[in-house]
Design a protein around this ligand. Structure first.
Ligand code: DUT
Ligand code: MG
Length: 159
């Protein structure tokens, strides 16, 4: 039996605005059939040097309106940039609301010890679409008992 899952249903179609005409050559896409994220590129006119510890908000030139409260976007670091060069996100993870219609911005943080030069249109982070469940909160005085109760932060010990 081939090790392939059944194909998921149709992909959501998201409306995207290109806020700079140069982006038409760089529309984000899934690099492989199984990719979870689409790489986002830095909309820069000139290279941006990030000193160690420096954090800058970088334009992507893209506005994506998700429009479905059952979905959200996440901006995540690229593992190669993060591991090899210390280039991660100043907010660690970017969470994009389904009703956000503004430009996707990437907070780029050089947590490494050497300067890093970000080139115009370099792929700097990735965009992942995720399902979301919105909750309603119901105030109670007590919870029904659970196996864990209030234990946390290592209370279950090591095995
Ligand atoms: O890395 C990011 C994170 C957020 N956003 C945009 C989309 C998101 O929907 C909006 C608000 O993000 P968030 O709620 O995380 O920020 P906030 O500081 O709570 O701002 P707000 O008061 O606007 O909600 O900012 C980005 O473009 N990039
Ligand atoms: Mg917010």
């Amino acid at each position: 039996m081939p090790d392939t899952a059944e194909r998921p249903s149709a992909k959501p179609r998201l409306a995207v605005k290109l806020l700079d005409p140069r982006l038409s050559d760089y529309l984000p896409h899934y690099a492989t059939e199984g990719s979870a994220g689409m790489d986002l590129r830095a909309l820069l006119d000139t290279p941006l040097t990030l000193a160690p510890g420096q954090c800058e908000l970088v334009r992507t030139g893209l506005a994506i309106h998700i429009g479905d409260p059952g979905l959200a976007g996440m901006i995540l670091p690229r593992s190669g940039l993060g591991h090899k060069h210390g280039i991660v996100l100043g907010n660690l993870v970017g969470l994009i609301d389904s009703d956000y219609q503004g430009e996707l911005m990437v907070s780029v943080w050089n947590r490494g010890s050497a300067p890093f030069v970000l080139e115009p249109f370099e792929r700097l982070a990735q965009y992942v679409l995720v399902p979301v469940v919105q909750a309603e909160l119901r105030v109670v005085d007590d919870f029904a008992a659970s196996a864990r109760g209030e234990g946390g932060f290592g209370s279950s010990g090591r095995h």
